[in-house]
Design a protein around this ligand. Structure first.
Ligand code: HEC
Length: 187
């Protein structure tokens, strides 16, 4: 049998959805607009990832401005911007977003913030010199890609600052994957 607390929690979620829809309406945006816009931002992040991956793959194509722009695109769409994209609408028609987002705001926010941190770590570890990608941007000895979503990530800025760009990049991709694994539905 459903407990009263459960029923109460459902009522609270319902109330917050209703109030979120009112604020959407006030902003003049439809649910379809919100979904299309956030999917567009996700696609822009995927394109940025592709740009950076291409430079790791072919170091001679490295461009400091191109690389940093790509990292900046991801930073811009992360953290509070990413959270805002899902604040009023989670699951909806035409969307792959899971209802779990509404139930786990803190965890979703943490992943959004982690994405920002690593996008900045990628940018700050990138070389400013034109020409081929320098060796010091590459994964160093002792840095591992493995570990998956549950691997320990360094929690302090000093550790992040010491990361190679490539390591920060792979850690960042792990954050995309972790969030999708939990909050993005696929048939
Ligand atoms: C905090 C959670 C979260 C993070 C981090 C995240 N995503 Fe997403 N992503 C989602 C959700 C939820 C959807 C489904 C959105 C929808 O369909 O409404 C999605 C959808 C997408 C899509 C499909 C867009 C479409 O056209 O339907 C792409 C591509 C994508 N994400 C790429 C990325 C990349 C690349 C990163 C990392 C740089 C990333 N995402 C980080 C939650 C996240």
């Amino acid at each position: 049998m459903r407990s009263r607390a459960f029923v109460f929690a459902r009522a609270l979620v319902f109330a917050s959805v209703v109030s979120a829809l009112f604020s959407l309406h006030a902003a003049g945006q439809s649910i379809t607009d919100v979904v299309a816009q956030r999917q567009q931002r996700m696609k822009a992040m995927a394109a940025a990832v592709k740009t950076m991956a291409g430079m790791f793959k072919s170091p001679e194509t490295y461009s400091p401005a191109g690389f940093k722009d790509a990292a900046e695109t991801i930073r811009r769409h992360s953290a509070t911007s990413l959270q805002a994209d899902f604040s009023a609408v989670t699951a909806a028609q035409g969307s792959e977003a899971s209802e779990l987002i509404a139930a786990e705001r803190e965890r979703f926010a943490q992943l959004s913030d982690d994405l920002e941190r690593y996008a900045m770590a990628v940018a700050s570890a990138a070389s400013d010199s034109p020409g081929p990608m320098p060796q010091d941007m590459r994964m160093r000895e002792g840095e591992t890609v493995s570990g998956g979503p549950l691997a320990k990530r360094p929690r302090n800025a000093a550790n992040e600052a010491a990361m190679s760009a490539e390591h920060a990049f792979h850690t960042m991709l792990g954050i995309c994957t972790s969030c999708h694994a939990r909050y993005r539905l696929r048939e």
